[in-house]
Design a binder for this molecule. Structure first.
Ligand code: NAD
Length: 290
């Protein structure tokens, strides 16, 4: 079994990005600048945004964190987005999700200039992705593609089962893997909460991508020998033995599935670190205007 090490791979990607940025600076060019908007003080969101800002510093990007109170109105947030859209010093920005319930998430995402939408959530970018045109690919699927590529996992003609159809993970993942591209050309089945007899599908899969958010859902009886297993899940499970009072658990029962898999991503340390690296890559692309 080979561990698909997201920490090591993302460190390599960050190093490559840092080298490009260093050259930019040597040539007196402005480094990429990422802004992040955080509304409220949700614990997980604060951790994610903090990690993104820290990663920017590490590769030499400029970063700006805009913290707004939970009570921020939709109107104020839209004004903030407009200001970021028109700020020529900012190459890309993200609005950390989830947003407070009184704010319409779709309205906010639609307001972001597609050319600065480094999360790749805007319909223009989703459309471009679907048509196989250059675009910002949402960071988690982009990270999984990169991991498959860098570990030279054969995908052409393989059967991939993606569990989960969300707009940010499952759906784009299924599109990417079916496209004519490196780490693509696969035959894809997309499964979701209404799928019947999922086990019979995953048992046929050469590659399983689990993105449903149910801890340790995928068990060893559901996968065939030598399958490649990508675990996207991140769930905080209460654990008194941990200092933080919880541990992070993936969607795969790692202990049993790793015994059958040819390759598997650990949680933590698999897909998660890749997501941040690919956000940086998208920001670099925004700076270079592709
Ligand atoms: P989501 O809740 O938006 O979507 C879950 C999907 O799973 C849905 O499409 C649903 O139909 C499907 N599903 C639910 N129960 C199912 C079942 N029993 N059988 C088959 N399908 C089922 O979740 P999401 O935003 O796509 O995230 C999924 C998981 O990935 C979560 O744990 C999330 O925290 C994690 N995640 C991780 C990263 C990362 O960087 N590693 C990024 C995004 C999301």
């Amino acid at each position: 079994m080979i561990l698909l090490d997201g920490r090591q791979t993302s460190a390599k990607i960050k190093q490559e990005i840092a080298e490009v940025v260093s050259k930019m600076k040597q040539q007196n060019n402005r480094p990429p600048h990422l802004a992040a908007v955080l509304v409220g003080s949700d614990g997980a969101s604060m951790t994610y945004v903090g990690a993104k800002v820290k990663a920017c510093e590490l590769v030499g990007f400029k970063s700006t964190l805009i913290k707004l109170p939970q009570s921020t109105t939709e109107e104020i947030l839209l004004e903030q987005i407009e200001a970021l859209n028109s700020n020529a010093e900012i190459d890309g920005f993200i609005v950390q999700l989830p947003l407070p319930k009184h704010i319409d998430e779709n309205k906010i995402l639609m307001a972001i200039d597609p050319n600065k939408d480094v999360d790749g959530f805007h319909p223009v970018n989703v459309g471009r992705l679907t048509l196989d045109l250059p675009t910002f690919i949402s960071a988690t699927p982009f990270g999984i593609m990169e991991l498959l590529e860098r570990y030279a996992i054969p995908t052409s003609g393989k059967h991939v089962v993606v569990i989960g159809r969300s707009h940010i993970v499952g759906r784009p993942m299924s599109i990417l893997m079916s496209q004519k591209r490196k780490a693509g050309n696969a035959t894809v089945t997309i499964a979701h909460s209404r799928t019947k007899d999922l086990k019979s599908l995953t048992q046929q899969a050469d590659i399983v991508i689990a993105a449903l958010g149910i801890p340790e859902f995928l068990t060893s009886d559901m996968v065939k020998d030598n399958a490649v297993i990508i675990d996207v899940g991140i769930t905080r499970v209460p654990d008194d033995a941990k200092k933080k009072g919880y541990r992070i658990v993936g969607d795969v029962d790692f202990k049993s599935v790793s015994k059958k898999a040819s390759h598997i991503t650990p949680v933590p340390g698999g897909v998660g670190p890749m997501t941040i690296a690919m956000l940086l890559k998208n920001t670099l692309m925004a700076r270079e205007k592709f």
